[in-house]
Write a protein that binds this ligand. Sequence first.
Ligand code: GLU
Length: 294
Amino acid sequence: MFDKPVYIGRFAPSPTGPLHLGSLYTALASFLDAKSNQGQWLLRIDDLDVPRNITGAAAQILSTLETFGLHWDASVAYQSESLSIYENALTKLAETQTIYTCVCSRKTLATEGDCHCLEKQIDLNTLHAYRVRTDQRLIEFNDRLQGTVISNMAEQDDFILKRKDQIVAYQFAVVLDDAIQGVTHVVRGYDLLELTPKQIYLQKLLGLATPVYMHVPIIMDAQGFKLSKQTLAEAVSLKEPQKIIFQLLQLLRQSPPQALKTVCLSELLEWAIEHWNPEHLKSCHSIKQFAEPS
Ligand code: GLU
């Protein structure tokens, strides 16, 4: 008998506010996928973008996940604890001349279109960002729900790895974070699909493994807007977690039987792990919050 391949999954919320139904939906999908594969489900708080962090949000997210029975394995990781790892990776890329300094302001980019810092001598005493050079290669990967994605790196801008305000960009951090945690399977929202080729490009530059990706649909409100902090999606109610998990299972198209409406939360989650089938979400990009039960 062969051992089942290792599965390490993760949920990586940013502490910019409480979880709303859309973020809980993604959390549940990644939890069920990990647990149904006898995997580990890790939790990481993406707290690098300090100006956007809200005091108390991380603690609130943890307690919300617990209320919903989504218990994570191992201790919680915080990006802010990995700053030296990001710096080392940046140095490694600098040695291979794949990054360069950029002093463009939003205004220069708006007037000049592209960044031309690569051709200029930059005074390193001025505040500067770091960009990675994109080359001609094609990045191709197979998303478990969305199919084959091919992206020509030559058509992508040289993107920012570290911002002028010295904050490490999400694109760069996420690649290293997933590697640090040994993540093998990433389950996250469809809105991040288009950023994935850039992340795979960075994995290749840094000699890191590429996890298996699955981008699940995003939840839209009645007006067709993505539930998000920007659209002021409400914090998920903690009053009846079992009822909400039942609703989320419907939105994940798992067709929970009506009889499960009255079972306790842990029994409902057990059923969901045992019956988890993401194939029902194949090619789906978004789902309405108040969709008819499937
Ligand atoms: N922290 C990111 C967010 O909340 C998610 C990162 C990821 O799953 O790759 O949108």
